[in-house]
Design a protein around this ligand. Structure first.
Ligand code: PCA
Length: 205
């Protein structure tokens, strides 16, 4: 089974984004029984989906697992749905990495309001919990770049009747990122890495 895993570059003034390290390290190490391809996407509304689709067309994966950082969340969250909204006003965000700050916009003018992830969400969460990793289904990926990417890939697969699975996983901050804000929850890089491997293995039919 061929899997494309993506992470994101740093954003919002942070120096690192653990998801980029997670996917690049996973590609290097590999997972038995899977062909792993990794890519780091830009935190830019106008480029994230395009970059992802280019990679999808290059790799032709059976499943696409996009990963992003959810600073402030305490567990690995498996996203259920991408919504047709771009909004930086409600999230206290300063805009994307190129300064784009959409407010209350639709991603695709005449697109569906929402699109469901096609990953086996409940199985993934149960497999993570069985490994002792805090995890839950999330019913919102926000309205920033991660949601935009999830909605974009699901909409592309919908329009093109593409059979590959696609979905999104949010990961917490790593402890090094919360030193100056100790009230923010974090999860060790090692646990996050184990989580990503577990998620891939959950896809085995
Ligand atoms: N997290 C952000 C964008 C990039 C990332 O890793 C988000 O949740 O939208």
């Amino acid at each position: 089974m061929k899997i494309l895993v993506t992470g994101f570059e740093p954003f919002g003034g942070m120096k690192v984004n653990p998801t980029s390290m997670l996917v690049e390290n996973l590609q290097e190490e590999g997972v038995d029984g899977f062909e792993i391809y990794a890519s780091t996407l830009p935190v830019v509304y106008d480029q994230c989906v395009e970059t992802l689709l280019t990679k999808i067309n290059e790799v032709n994966p059976d499943a696409v697992i996009c990963c992003g950082l959810a600073f402030g969340r305490s567990s690995v969250t498996v996203e259920r749905i991408g919504i047709n909204v771009k909004d930086t006003a409600g999230e206290g965000l300063k805009g994307d990495n190129q300064g784009d700050k959409p407010v209350d916009e639709r991603i695709i003018t005449d697109g569906p309001d929402g699109l469901f992830s096609t990953l086996p969400l409940r199985k993934i969460v149960n497999d993570l919990l069985a490994e002792g990793i805090p995890a839950q289904i999330s019913n919102t990926a926000g309205t920033y770049i991660c949601n935009n990417t999830l909605y974009g890939v699901l909409n592309y697969f919908r329009i093109n009747h593409h059979q590959a699975l696609a979905g999104f996983i949010h990961f917490p901050a790593i402890p090094e990122m919360t030193v100056e804000r100790p009230q923010i929850p974090s999860m060790s890089y090692e646990t996050q890495y184990k989580a990503l491997k577990t998620i891939i293995k959950s896809l085995k039919i």
